[in-house]
Design a protein around this ligand. Structure first.
Ligand SMILES: O=C(O)c1ccccc1NCC(=O)[C@H](O)[C@H](O)COP(=O)(O)O
Length: 221
């Protein structure tokens, strides 16, 4: 089914990046509530960024958590108007269901893909999540569970039905995003590292280019 591809810009941690994403028409921005990350933000910082509203589209705010406690998520929600919880750790289906019920927000579970066998995990999560984010697994020795600028084999998605709405991530850039959408039929895409001028610092020009390239591409899956 053809359609306009949704775009998420992840790891927004300063006003220049937030404004660039909004101006470019990004559908979603991601705030990383994971202190070890160079893109990490506090609840207060995320709240201040979201309050900018933006000069263009007001993007949906996505909170990225890694095996966070209920208290950590509640603290983020006290300050930031999150519309989607991205769970980027080892959260089980039961944990996803519990968080969805407790906070009354949609949940997007991240699953790392390296081989066809990895898709088997989707079925257990499908009844209790609202979306999947399909990402590369962290490379050996990586210090972060995501945001590592690596792609998985997009061919693994060919002809595959994903049981919930989903988003493609992992090593996407303004240069490869159109090809990624064509190859996978992804209805939504997410990028972080590929939009940075240095690690942890977004580049407004790369953000604008990524959003434009993705919105110009059409999902065919
Ligand atoms: O970005 C981080 O620092 C991060 C830390 C902990 C868990 C996840 C993290 N990022 C995830 C993402 O930014 C994206 O959802 C996705 O993994 C794509 O990242 P990239 O390959 O850098 O575009």
């Amino acid at each position: 089914m053809a359609g306009r591809v949704q775009v998420k810009v992840c790891g927004i941690n300063d006003a220049e990046a937030y404004d660039a994403a909004s101006r470019a028409g990004a559908d979603m921005v991601g705030f990383v509530f994971y202190p070890p990350s160079p893109r990490g933000v506090t609840p207060e910082q995320a709240g201040a960024l979201a309050a900018r509203g933006g000069t263009g589209r007001r993007p949906l705010c996505v909170g990225l958590f890694v095996d966070a406690s209920d208290e950590e998520i509640a603290a983020a929600l006290e300050h930031a108007p999150l519309g989607l919880l991205q769970l980027h750790g080892e959260e089980t289906p039961e944990r996803c269901a519990a968080l969805r019920a407790r906070f009354g927000l949609p949940v997007m579970k991240v699953l790392g893909i390296a081989t066809a066998a990895d898709f088997a995990r989707l079925d257990a999560y499908a009844p209790v999540v609202d979306r999947f984010l399909l990402d590369a697994k962290p490379p050996p020795g990586a210090s972060l569970p995501g945001g590592n600028a690596v792609s998985f084999d997009w061919g693994l998605l060919a002809g595959r039905a994903i049981p919930r709405p989903w988003m493609l991530a992992g090593g996407l850039t303004p240069v490869n995003v159109a090809a990624a959408i064509r190859a996978t039929g992804a209805p939504a895409v997410d990028a972080s590292s590929g939009l940075e001028r240095t690690r942890g610092v977004k580049d407004p020009v790369l953000i604008a280019s990524f959003v434009a390239q993705a919105h110009a591409a059409e999902a065919v899956g």
